[in-house]
Design a protein around this ligand. Structure first.
Ligand SMILES: Cc1cc2nc3c(=O)[nH]c(=O)nc-3n(C[C@H](O)[C@H](O)[C@H](O)COP(=O)(O)OP(=O)(O)OC[C@H]3O[C@@H](n4cnc5c(N)ncnc54)[C@H](O)[C@@H]3O)c2cc1C
Length: 410
């Protein structure tokens, strides 16, 4: 059995960033990924937006890491020549009643430390985005786009250059915690480590449950689908005003790094943690979800969520729906220009036993393990400062020094 100081489960951007960061302090670090390469799930299937940080509530971990991450990712990409473009973000109020929310977002963003936020008239917006609609918009000049798979791969490569062992095609199927180490049962070979970090994304809650922690939490997967427009209908990113109740940003338009424009993502309840197709069902995942009282409480107590989920389900992969929603934000979109994108990402939305949708990061620990839960958007943007923070909570003796549970805002 090979022994390591630290084993990290999950080769998404969070696991890669953790491996890179921890390799600066510890000699024997292994990153274990079940797929044949890193970033095959959420980290390689997202919108590729480096968020500037005006959405998260001040004081949350999300806000802190997003604003720092926006700066760090742009700098990292410039240094490593990873495609990244600072195109700016607009949040468009389509009616006067939404304008106060733009000012709230500006205040929130300013508190979070986001530079250069301005509420602009539609005439000023059109100087940047000639096709923009609406009455006013919040402009955030630091919003950027990046090649998300390229970014995760570059971070993993750097981690390997610094001495991290990268094990791909190696699924962890069982975990046993002993007094002075952890044993990982893997598909190919067993591994022993002094400290385990679980950053398994869509599966992180399941691995935590194996170790007896986070049992009051469960991942509910929501599929994000996209349509693609080949012609440059926008030059930056255009978002609607966010919904006050659900933590999804609504169908928006994003210029992507290859020059095309993405419409979406939506947020359709998925019948499996990796159920990317509309008819994919994973019976074990569905049974586990339905066995958790958090899912039932969410269904009974959050009627707004149920209505939105039903609406998203009805309009899944609907060209007309995406065209109508995006058409509220910009002129010049023809329905026939929209093609269903091949990219589909799944959000691991964490639900508490009382049915609450958790908004912020949650860290659960045991004496020899750290479980990173609820890395929802903007998890890619936040990854580098999050990894630095997490490393700072681990002592040289490989002990977690922060409280046993670190839970941000519910
Ligand atoms: C549709 C969508 C759009 C998004 N857009 C943005 C955006 O524009 N900007 C932004 O900042 N964020 C965005 N996000 C969020 C961001 O993509 C995620 O927060 C981030 O990628 C999460 O990374 P991760 O490493 O935690 O998870 P993942 O990328 O899912 O990685 C987890 C890894 O763990 C592996 N794994 C799981 N179980 C095991 C096991 N038992 N053994 C070994 N390996 C295992 C999986 O194979 C996977 O590779 C978006 C998310 C979605 C769904």
């Amino acid at each position: 059995m090979t022994s390591y100081d630290i084993a990290i489960i999950g080769g998404g951007i969070v696991g890669c960033a953790l491996a890179r960061e921890l390799s600066a302090r510890f000699k024997r670090v292994v990153l274990i990924e079940k797929e044949s390469a890193v970033a095959q799930h959420t980290s390689g299937r997202n919108s590729g937006v480096v968020h500037s940080g005006f959405n998260p509530h001040p004081g949350t971990l999300k806000a802190k890491f997003c604003v720092e991450g926006s700066r760090e990712i742009r700098r990292y990409c410039a240094e490593r020549k990873i495609p990244c473009e600072q195109v700016g973000t607009f949040v468009v109020a389509t009616e006067e009643s939404q304008v106060p929310t733009l000012h709230e977002l500006k205040t929130r963003g300013t508190k979070n430390g986001v530079p250069g936020l301005e509420v602009l008239s539609v005439e000023s917006v059109r100087k940047h985005e000639p096709n923009a609609r609406g009455v006013q918009a919040l402009h955030s000049p630091t919003g950027a786009i990046v090649d998300s798979k390229g970014l995760a791969t570059a971070i993993a490569t750097e981690a390997r250059e610094r001495g991290v062992t990268l094990m791909t095609g190696q699924e962890v199927v069982g975990i046993r915690e002993r007094a002075d180490h952890v044993e990982l049962q893997c598909r190919n070979e067993p591994i022993r480590c002094e400290l385990l970090i679980n950053s398994a994304g869509l599966h992180a809650d399941r691995l935590a449950h194996w170790m007896g922690v986070g049992r009051d939490l469960v991942v509910a997967p929501f599929r994000g689908e996209y349509f693609v427009v080949k012609h440059p209908v926008i030059r930056s990113m255009i978002y609607p005003v966010p919904h006050p109740v659900v933590p999804f940003l609504g169908v928006h338009l994003t210029k992507s790094i290859d020059g095309s424009v993405l419409l979406g993502p939506n947020a359709v309840p998925a019948f499996g943690r990796e159920a990317y197709g509309p008819w994919n069902v994973n019976v074990r995942d569905v049974a586990q979800m339905l066995a958790h009282r958090g899912v039932w409480n969410a269904l009974v107590r959050n009627q707004t969520l149920v209505k939105i989920a039903w609406n998203e389900w009805r309009h899944s992969r609907s060209r007309t729906h995406f065209w109508r929603e995006a058409g509220k934000l910009v002129d010049g979109l023809r329905q026939e220009d929209l093609t269903l994108g091949r990219r589909v990402g799944i959000r691991p939305q964490l639900i508490r036993a009382d049915g609450h949708l958790v908004e912020d990061l949650v860290i659960e620990t045991t004496p020899r393990s750290v479980h990173v839960l609820n890395v929802v958007s903007p998890g890619m943007t936040s990854s580098i400062p999050f990894a630095k923070w997490l490393s700072s909570q681990i002592s040289d003796e490989l002990r977690w020094t922060a409280p046993r549970t670190v839970a941000g805002a519910a």
